[in-house]
Design a protein around this ligand. Structure first.
Ligand code: DUC
Ligand code: ZN
Ligand code: ZN
Length: 471
């Protein structure tokens, strides 16, 4: 075996969740072999003077090529989705293998592997979505899949094709407890949403902005509280995903202050979008469909509460919830080729490439520290989803997944410059400070000076997950 280093990144200002130091990073066989000063020349050299070296991002919540009902189709598959991730500084993604009601979980996993193979350019793990917890699934399929490296799964309290009853939620949580897995909860009250939706539609209030009125904060707050109660009863940790504002945050903080292991995630849309992005009062146009996601974006006061909670330690992870539907597409937001009433618009916004720059911008504005940024976007998701220490840090032995940031570069976000396959970004025109200029995955340079180097599709590796580490 050659002792020569494959790559040396010189003068790197390394920042992890806990430390900051300047050194050279020596890479061999895809891993960090040495951190030190005056390292011998490597086969490839990179001068990082003036740049920050951060662990590659881990996006613990994104949707890629997920089979959809009712003629909907995601615009990003594993190739375009992971390409966009890499260009935004994210080197690991964890999308969802989704069980259909009446279908098997194992079949969903096998199908999802087929979708990823030969396509991914970033490394990837899978979460499961448990939509039909039959006795067979609970007793055999789920425990076996957990053993095989699928240690986290999402459950929904809303959406007709996915939602679980309260009883089913308890059953699934119990399996997580017995088998040391982590349950991610989509917390919105299904009956409240369908009651409000029927009323709004009955009154002819169907344009995109009414999506927000059909899912007010109280609907999320109630379900968040109920999920917390289930976790308390079963005595198992849970992660509440895509928390949108202060009402749900209050519930989570309350639970945390009582010593319950209630973890939480938020996303860029709750920092940068508001209900007005789905349409101003009196606006019955359709553009607002671009920002329809669930839970919906709220208002500036809620945005401020989410920023504060990020800095205050309420949240463990910051994910994209990238849900890539084209706007002008009969399989996307204009389902069937025309504007839809709000309750038929595919839910979700794209954000896999913009996730990190949008949060990084908060550092210059004093909203959070650089260490908190790394913790929320790389270290904690790697730990929670059983990928640490291979992912989530810059340390000897870790994969050489490294993003070099220019903390001063100002960039105006435009969809033309992004690498996903979606025909819009909800963040068009927003200017951010700080940009991931170079990106390495297992020591391979995939982005140089902002230019995507077109690595071979399929280079991304599947990552079986270990047990969740909650702290
Ligand atoms: N809501 C979800 O629950 N998932 C995908 C996107 C969205 O808006
Ligand atoms: Zn969700
Ligand atoms: Zn989601």
């Amino acid at each position: 075996m050659s002792t020569e280093l494959d790559l040396v990144i010189r003068n790197a200002d390394v920042v992890t969740a806990s430390d900051r130091f300047t050194c050279d990073i020596g890479v061999r066989d895809g891993r960090i072999a040495v951190l030190g000063h005056g390292l011998p020349r490597g086969a490839r050299e990179m001068d990082a003077t003036g740049l920050l070296a951060l662990p590659g991002g881990v996006d613990g919540h994104c949707h890629l090529d997920q089979p959809m009902p009712d003629g909907m189709r995601m615009a990003d598959d594993f190739f375009t989705g992971t390409r966009a991730a890499i260009c935004g500084g994210t080197t690991t993604v964890i999308p969802f293998a989704a069980q259909e009601k009446g279908g098997s979980l194992e079949a969903a996993v096998a199908d999802y592997h087929r979708r990823a193979e030969g396509r991914a350019v970033a490394d990837y793990g899978f979460h499961l979505i448990v939509a039909d917890p039959t006795p067979h699934v609970l007793k055999y399929e789920l425990p076996e899949l957990i053993r095989q490296g699928y240690t986290s799964f999402k459950v929904y309290m809303t959406y007709d094709d996915l939602k679980l009853s309260d009883r089913e939620m308890l059953d699934v949580l119990d399996v997580a407890k017995q088998n040391n897995a982590l349950v991610m909860v989509h917390a919105e009250n299904a009956d409240c949403i369908s009651w409000l939706t029927e009323k709004l539609v009955g009154e002819g209030r169907i344009s995109p902005r009414f999506h927000g009125l059909s899912r007010p904060a109280a609907v999320e707050r109630e379900a968040t509280h109920r999920a917390i109660t289930f976790a308390e009863l079963v005595d198992v940790p849970i992660l509440i995903v895509h928390v949108s504002g202060k009402e749900a945050i209050e519930q989570i903080r309350w639970a945390q202050s009582r010593g319950l292991q209630i973890l939480a995630e938020t996303c860029p849309q709750y920092l940068y979008l508001t209900a007005e992005d789905m349409g101003l009062q009196g606006d019955d146009g359709y553009e607002g469909a671009k920002c329809v996601c669930s839970p919906p974006p709220r208002d500036p006061e809620n945005q401020a509460a989410v920023w504060r909670a990020l800095a205050g330690g309420v949240f463990s992870v910051f994910s994209s919830d990238h849900a890539p539907f084209n706007y002008d597409d009969p399989e996307g937001k204009k389902l069937g080729g025309q504007a839809q009433p709000f309750d038929h618009i595919p839910n979700g916004v794209p954000g896999i490439e913009t996730r990190l720059p949008l949060l990084f911008d908060g550092i210059a504005r004093g909203k959070l520290s650089l260490h908190q940024f790394v913790e929320l976007t790389s270290y904690r998701p790697a730990r929670l989803y059983g990928l640490y220490p291979r992912k989530g840090t810059i340390a000897v032995g870790a994969d050489a997944d490294i993003t070099l940031w220019d903390p001063e570069r100002r960039v105006r976000i435009t969809n033309d410059a992004l690498h996903h396959a979606v025909d819009y970004t909800p963040y068009e025109g927003i200017e951010v400070t700080g940009w991931p200029v170079h990106c390495f995955s297992r020591g391979e340079m995939l982005v140089e000076n902002g230019k995507y180097l077109e690595p071979a599709p399929g280079r991304g590796q599947f990552l079986p997950a270990g047990a969740p580490s909650l702290v």
